[in-house]
Design a protein around this ligand. Structure first.
Ligand code: PLP
Length: 467
């Protein structure tokens, strides 16, 4: 979470309630506790008012995170906020619900019957990736030591494309691992299969493939990566395995592209994470991680908590958190089933294709991702067009209509390319897409006519959309 300090204090340091009530006669300090309580209605209104101009989450086309849930789901989740997910003994039914979710996902991701999968819910993919990374690190060390490698002679490394989400940089920094990045070039814009194995050595704890690169929405070719790893492993005792970061794709591909083998169908994929709050359709924050077999999750990382007179194994960075998100995930599973998820994603996909078609027809942009896989549209300005305005200007214009559309440079090696990205989610209907295209056309017409520019055309503003 953000780190705040004294320097964050505003000069105007009081809140003044404006609604007619005695308790509104005094100001509330912003940076100290008020001495006396205020009425619940006043507290509610004062806070609600502060959030008024924050932007409408449904119009936020920057986020992968869910911005809509059904009233029944919200009710159920509000009614279960007090349940602590770690108290397995006190809330055994809730524990069973989490267990069912893990089993359903193991089925979706083709866990193999002869193996013993293990999995858990997490706060999000970031925690899930930490757990997956830790399991890889510990398992690597055990394998390497048994082969006589001096594991302290060199930092262990993790191989991933430069399109990685920031959680992997965090994992490597927090746990002292070298983040070994494979450059993405213009042609691939995903993990480069021609070079990836050049980055692997006996100190490699694992390779991460990404099902849904955050910047562009593209998939790494996990099947080909699996083949490369298979060939590599056949020649060495220092085996290497794959973790798939399927934060976005894990709840999308199984429904929309069941023919793509990226999961436990592939022998060298040992663990997979996903975000329940992305295409799993739950409000933030919930994530999941599964290992194909308990052999890949070292025992020393497992902590036992009491459960119905016995014990249950757990793995987590956090301890206490509300179980309501897990219950929300289970609600969606029951409510939608396989066909429901598929139908929702199909509609989302149709909207994405419509947007891509309309944006292409504007003749100003070159598509970087056209929503063929994940419903994510990513485009850049056509070089030949030499427009006076930039994608940042367009983002600002769209913001005037309430749309939040990010513009940002692609990651290292492609960072001369600036793109704009639309993440289409289930609550972005065709009607909204029509409205968006109208507003986009109007914004471009305005910008084409404008002749005052307030900043250098070459300026790269990084809006920091790494989520
Ligand atoms: C969003 C994302 C993450 C982080 O997920 P959270 O659930 O927000 O913690 C990790 N990896 C990829 C590829 C992502 O898209």
């Amino acid at each position: 979470m953000a780190l705040y300090g004294k320097h964050n204090q505003e000069k105007h340091d009081v809140l003044s309630p404006i609604f007619g009530s005695v308790s509104e006669d005094h100001d509330l300090p912003k940076y100290k506790l008020n001495q006396t309580p205020v009425e619940p209605r006043i507290a509610y209104q004062v806070i609600k008012d502060q959030l008024l101009d924050e932007g409408n989450a449904r119009l936020n086309l920057a986020t992968f995170c869910q911005t809509y849930m059904e009233p029944e789901a919200i009710q159920l989740m509000s009614e279960t906020l007090e349940k602590n997910a770690i108290d397995k003994s006190e809330y055994p039914r809730t524990a069973e619900i989490e267990n069912r979710c893990v089993n359903m996902m193991a089925d979706l991701w083709h866990a193999q019957p002869e193996e013993e999968f293990l999995g858990t819910s997490t706060v999000g993919s970031s925690e899930a990736c930490m757990l997956g990374g830790l399991a890889m690190k510990f398992a690597w060390r055990k394998r390497a030591e048994s082969l006589g490698l001096d594991t302290s002679a060199q930092k262990p490394n993790l191989v991933i494309s430069t399109g990685y989400q920031v959680c992997w940089e965090k994992f490597c920094t927090y746990w002292d691992i070298e983040l070994r990045t494979v450059p993405m070039d213009k042609e691939h814009q995903s993990l480069n299969m021609e070079t990836v194995m050049d980055y692997v050595d006996p100190y490699t704890i694992g390779i991460v493939g990404i099902m849904g690169i955050t910047y562009t929405g593209r998939y790494d070719n996990i099947k080909q990566l699996n083949d490369l790893v298979e060939a590599y492993n056949s020649h060495t005792d220092f085996k290497v395995y794959i973790h798939v970061d399927a934060a976005s794709g894990g709840f999308y591909a199984p429904f929309m592209e069941p023919e793509i083998a990226w999961d436990f169908r592939l022998k060298n994929v040992i663990s997979i994470n996903t975000s329940g709050h992305k295409y799993g359709l739950v409000y933030p924050g919930i994530g999941w991680i599964l290992w194909r077999d308990k052999a890949f999750l070292p025992e020393e990382l497992i902590f036992r908590v009491s459960y119905l007179g016995g014990e249950i194994p757990t793995m987590a960075i956090n301890f206490s958190r509300s179980a309501s998100q897990i219950i929300g995930q289970y609600y969606n599973f029951i409510r939608y089933g396989y066909d429901g998820y598929r139908a929702i994603h199909q509609r989302t996909h149709d909207v994405a294709l419509y947007l891509a078609k309309e944006i292409k027809a504007l003749d100003c942009f070159e598509m970087v991702n056209d929503g063929a896989h994940l419903p994510i549209i990513c485009y850049k300005q056509k070089d030949a067009k030499q427009q006076e305005w930039t994608l940042y200007d367009l983002a600002d214009r769209l913001a005037m209509k309430g749309w939040q559309v990010p513009a940002y440079p692609l990651p290292a090696d492609l960072d001369q390319t600036e793109v704009q990205r639309l993440v289409v989610r289930a609550d972005f209907g065709m009607g909204m897409a029509h409205d968006y295209i109208e507003d986009m056309k109007a914004a471009i017409a305005d910008l084409d006519r404008a002749h005052i520019l307030f900043h250098e055309k070459k300026e790269i503003k990084n809006y920091g959309f790494t989520h």
